[in-house]
Design a binder for this molecule. Sequence first.
Ligand code: FES
Ligand SMILES: [Fe+2]
Length: 385
Amino acid sequence: MRILTGEEDFDGLTETVATLPGAAYWDDGWYRRELNQIFYSGWLYLCHASSLIEPRAFRSFTIGTQGIFLVRDEDGTLRGFHNSCRHRGSILCQEAQGKLKTRSIRCPYHQWAYGLDGRLLATTSLAEAPDFNKADYPLHPVAVREWRGCVFVCLADTPPKLEDSFDRGSDRIDNWPLESLKVGHTWRKKMQCNWKVFWENFNECLHCPNIHPELCDLVPIYKRRISGPRDDPDWSQHKSDPDARYRGGLRPGAESWSCDGTALPDGFKTLTQAEKDRGQVYFISLPSVFIAGHRDYMRTVRVLPTGPEETEIEVEWLFLPETLERPDFRLENITDFAIMVMDQDAKASELNQKGSRSLRYDHGVLMPEEQYVKSFHDWVRATLS
Ligand code: FES
Ligand SMILES: [Fe+2]
């Protein structure tokens, strides 16, 4: 076994690093702290704006213990509110998504009515007390930002800068036409694991060969349990090797992430040849989303906790509008591939979660290929401190 010395430009870890403690994955106190300091303080991706484009379209979401909803006004403004009535706190919006029939939001309990801007329009009492003023009871707003067709919200009173939530190690997606795309398919899954288990698994490929045989066939470098050429301690010896096992990228003949490896006829014309050839890029905004870019479509994967040991992921496949209109468009050739990979990851993550409950698991240890897991742990620790 070779001892790593931190050879120049090698990306991996060269010393042994402890993971977060086992309790971080199931303890209520940890979870509450993470909700308050991570999920209720920073910006969170919720959905692509094309799923909420029509006037009076709405969607509701659960973030930890918090219900919120978004609604598009008739003038195109998108607003977000806490899903809680100012009368006695009932949920207002019960459906996951839809289109309001009128220009008001009515509470299902005692029928208070609010405008799409959150103002209280009417109560249902026979008389209101002289000191009751409707202006004192608007819906509690949530900060909303639309960035390149992506809807982000922040539950903090004073939101930080949205761009500060974009991971500095992300790939650049400036040339991908994110804002012009449309959602072609959405898939949701509840995973029985802590939200951090999802991100740790996303951040390493040490698990790839046995968990994802089909993906390793498409992206040969993953067979070597690494995700990029510099994760190999001997990378400099292979730097001019054109073999995809060393340089990265897709297997010879494959064009994109799909069941048969083919790309859609309408590829993204704005990409450089190098970007087309990469096979996949990842843009990350912790703690809520990664956006994968391929030469012909994009995919968002949103991550929200619904309990200390339960996480919901929602995946959107984004395509050019003309692609969705093609009569020969084979959606499943694309979606089935990623669903298979994500199901494989979910199964592994659930095994990981169960084992971390062991009385003897006080913490684990990171290996050289897990440098991005370390970066993620550093971010969690820094955000909680
Ligand atoms: S709780 Fe909404 S109207 Fe009473
Ligand atoms: Fe995986």
